[in-house]
Design a protein around this ligand. Structure first.
Ligand code: SAH
Ligand code: SF4
Length: 354
């Protein structure tokens, strides 16, 4: 007979190592009471290991050019309908200035895979940002050479976000033509080696994915001991080959988030923008089942409207940090939580350094 959800949760909370089947059971149960138990365990774990603070990471989407052709993403190379942009150094620094004035302690620089920004260019940008402000810097610019990653690290970047997207190697290659999961994971290991706090993550509701794949996603992140994991629903984009695929469900994304929280107690987990984009209460719900990070988009409106990875993106009318931060802070307050006051470095990283 299958184990009861309560039994599986109890064993994990006592420090036990659940089997893949146990994780699948947590992801699959359709019983509402089971769901409540899982969400409550996630919320308890978050509180016990990470406390009540919600860390803000202001994201600047500085280029929507991309050489890759991921089937799910609106920035893909073959999407000729998208008007492309690159922000200038000055524009990037001004957006960061505004973020810092609004109280942010982390700036995330994200883009498509845009070779215009070489390792040198990016490292100069990081250096300037670090000279100007006392902030943590996270980079999210995709697959690069180890030399490029090293340059960014040496320039002072603290963290790197590179979602593994899906732990199913066949699905990975189907969705990201010309690339393999193994290489993506190899890069995550390089980034760790170089001393970055590493963020990975996956999409929920991808066509061809099942509960086993999602269990593998969580187990992979556990193996890699990632400092952060972005887990959000897949949202089909009309201008991609997956235009007619089904949208990921908010409930499913929340379930994966909650189970990830239970199994990765010290990992920073954002209430993702993708979840907030498909559900009006997405952020609040995520904060109640394990999330402890929010990433307000502080890109100037004229650019963020063009950073159209998926449609319906929440917050595209909010101009910069001055408008987005107060709104997000209000959500955090209403959820009975407080906005983080420090850099929000990962406790896993702090442990390794001491
Ligand atoms: N080019 C970089 C970073 C930008 S893409 C990279 O690929 O790593 C940022 C994230 O957007 C991706 O990691 C992916 O998980 C997410 N994403 C792309 N298309 C999406 C979609 N249709 N629905 C939801 N998330 C999507
Ligand atoms: Fe480019 Fe990243 Fe989109 Fe893939 S997911 S097409 S690498 S921006």
């Amino acid at each position: 007979m299958a184990k009861e959800i309560r039994t599986i949760l109890g064993a994990i909370e006592k420090g036990g190592d659940p089997s893949r089947d146990d994780i699948i059971a947590l992801l699959k149960t359709a019983d509402k009471n089971d769901e409540k138990l899982i969400f409550a365990a996630a919320d308890r774990t978050r509180k016990q290991y990470l406390g009540n603070e919600v860390h803000l990471r202001g994201i600047i989407e500085f280029s929507n050019y991309c050489v890759k052709n991921c089937l799910y993403c609106g920035l893909r190379r073959d999407n000729k309908k998208l008007q492309r942009y690159r922000m200038t150094t000055q524009e990037i620094l001004s957006a960061a200035d505004e973020g810092v004035r609004a109280g942010l302690k982390t700036i995330v620089l994200q883009s498509g895979e845009d070779p215009y920004f070489t390792g040198d260019t990016l490292s100069r940008l990081i250096t300037r940002l670090k000279e100007r402000h006392d902030v943590a810097v996270t980079m999210s610019v995709g697959d690069r050479t180890k030399t490029d990653y090293r340059l960014m690290r040496e320039a002072g970047a603290d963290r790197y976000l590179l979602k593994h997207e899906t732990a199913d190697p066949d699905l990975f290659t189907k969705l990201r033509p010309g690339t393999v999961l193994e290489e993506r994971v190899k890069r995550l290991r390089w980034l760790k080696e170089l001393g970055f706090q590493v963020g990975s993550g996956n999409m929920v509701g991808l066509p061809g994915q099942d509960a086993g794949t999602l269990a593998d996603d969580i187990m992979l992140m556990r193996d890699l001991n990632v400092e952060m994991a972005g887990i959000g629903p897949f949202i089909p984009n009309q201008d991609t080959p997956l235009a007619h695929a089904k949208e990921g469900k908010a409930e499913a994304a929340l379930r994966v988030l909650a189970v990830a929280r239970i199994l990765l107690p010290y990992t920073h987990l954002p209430a993702t923008t993708a979840l907030a984009s498909i559900h009006a209460e997405g952020r609040e719900m995520a904060l109640m089942c394990g999330a402890n990070v929010i990433m307000p988009d502080i890109t100037p409106v004229r650019y963020k409207k063009l950073y159209r990875i998926y449609p319906k993106k929440v917050g595209t009318d909010e101009e910069g940090a001055a408008q987005s931060i107060p709104l997000i802070s209000a959500i955090i307050g209403r959820s009975g939580r407080s906005v983080g006051t420090g850099y929000g470095h990962s406790p896993l990283h702090e442990q390794r350094r001491s």
